[in-house]
Write a protein that binds this ligand. Structure first.
Ligand code: UD1
Length: 438
């Protein structure tokens, strides 16, 4: 069975280059089929979620030309104009971002039928705000046989107030509204960097969107889009994961190809617990020479501390001096790594299901653990890198959904990790890297 085997206890040192933002790419790729022309998209991360979305787009007739691992040309010219713009296959059911195809298809063709989204099991993930937005634009939306069916005679701009700050709903409504008649205002919009990136991409295709990155987005609908070329922003969460890996292993890592502004919440917390963070134009260096300190964290929508960095931060804090607390305010099921981390020696108590009290321990010891979801999986890899001895992380399919060449990048920093397919290969790694006390 595919898993990572890690020999820990060595600080990560060196340089790592961050790829394109997965969550921006998902919105941008879906948006690209809104033109009958073609779009060249660069800095696309080569990860499983992206490949699944591209396959689903091919399934409705888009042509996908992978120029290289990170570059793709998409043409929406031959999108099926039949009754059945149906997006469904066994893979697409497992990813979250399939829902962006509703906004994109509804915008361009005024109809879409897309299987209900899956994604990591990090809590109940309703889509009522997406539906509210589509309905406000004049669409009828029904859930039938596990599919979301959206249709409209005409989409008409509207004033939409989101009851919860939702990244997905903001992007999805932006997609559909950018081709609606007249003006749309989205209030209480999410402000994440990938919202801005999707808006910039749409604008590069001819959309007229202002205010992305603030909580009021204004959209003037246009009739059609044209060809575009676009390069996706760096992945803030991949960057943050490597920053945290540097801190937890007491290493020294230059994280390159980032936008430091997008990392401010992470950098600020790392500095607060005693790590050194040096920012330059497009890189951050994280240095931790001694044991770090405790702090309090509450996850919040951007520019607050990202929920997608919560498990990685917990792994770092569980090795730090004193007692820390982490409160999760976005998803209710994001602490499933706590039991796994306990196997490695962490001392974490849950209060009320959404707050973790973390009593710092001096060290982790390697163990067999299972990734419960994408970001928690990456966090367990960090724990393994910091731990004494060998750790195996199973269910790494989650990690491969969102991290490109994760093990290779870690090895580039001197980390001892390998992706293996069997116990035999795992044992070979252990034999090769020597026993702990050898
Ligand atoms: C996106 C990211 C995910 C990240 C999350 C928060 C993608 C593919 N995924 O997920 O990695 O953790 O943003 O930054 O980009 N909600 C509703 N009704 C809705 C929509 C959302 O109640 O219609 C709630 C959710 O349950 C959650 C909160 O709003 O509590 C935020 O969710 P949202 O921002 O929509 O997350 P996703 O877009 O699913």
């Amino acid at each position: 069975m595919e898993h990572y085997i890690i020999k820990g206890g060595k600080p990560l040192v060196g340089e790592v280059v961050i790829g394109g933002a997965k969550n921006a790419a998902l919105g941008i790729l879906a948006a690209s089929i809104m033109t009958a022309g073609s779009c060249l998209i660069e800095n696309v991360p080569n990860v499983r979620d992206i490949n699944v979305l591209l396959q689903a787009m091919e399934g409705v007739g888009a042509s996908i030309d992978r120029r290289s691992d990170n570059e793709v040309v998409i043409s929406g010219k031959n999108l099926y104009m039949t009754d059945d713009l149906i997006v469904d296959n066994e893979y697409i059911r497992k990813i979250r971002a399939s829902y962006y195809l509703i906004g994109a298809l509804l915008g361009r063709f005024h109809k879409a039928k897309v299987v209900l989204p899956g994604g990591c099991d990090i809590g109940s993930r309703p889509i009522d705000q997406h539906i509210k937005g589509f309905r406000a634009l004049g669409a009828t939306v029904k859930i039938e046989h596990g599919m979301i069916v959206a249709e409209a005679e005409e989409l008409i701009g509207s004033h939409i107030y989101l009851d919860v700050v939702s990244v997905g709903a903001t992007i999805n409504i932006m997609l559909a509204a950018s081709m609606a008649k007249g003006n749309t205002i989205i209030e209480n919009a999410a402000k994440e960097p990938h919202i801005v990136d999707v808006a910039n991409f749409l604008n590069s295709m001819g959309a007229r969107i202002r205010g992305a990155g603030t909580d009021v987005i204004r959209i003037k609908g246009v009739e059609s889009f044209h060809d575009a070329e676009y390069s996706i922003i760096p992945d803030q969460i991949e960057a943050g994961t490597f920053m945290m890996a540097a801190a937890a292993t007491r290493g020294n890592v230059l994280v390159k190809n980032v936008i430091p502004k997008h990392l401010e919440a992470i950098s600020a917390k790392l500095m607060e617990i005693g790590a050194q963070v040096e920012e330059s134009d497009d890189a951050v260096r994280v240095i931790a020479t001694r044991r770090l300190k405790h702090t309090q964290i509450k996850t919040l929508p951007y520019p607050g501390f990202p929920t997608d960095m919560q498990p990685q931060m917990a792994v770092t804090l569980a090795l730090s001096k004193g007692t820390s607390t982490i409160t999760e305010s976005i998803f209710e099921n994001r602490f499933r790594y706590v039991d796994e981390l306990a196997r490695m020696g962490a001392n974490i108590k849950m209060v009320d299901g959404n707050t973790a009290i973390i009593y710092g321990v001096e060290k982790y010891t390697g163990a067999k653990v299972e990734a419960p979801d994408l970001r928690a999986g990456a966090a367990l890899v960090i724990a393994g890198l910091a731990a004494e001895g060998y750790t195996s992380v199973t269910e790494i399919g989650y990690i491969l959904r969102g991290y490109e060449r994760f093990d290779e990048k870690i090895r580039g920093l001197g980390g001892m990790i390998e992706k293996v397919d069997s116990e035999k290969e795992s044992n070979k790694f252990i034999y090769r890297t020597g026993t702990l006390n050898a």
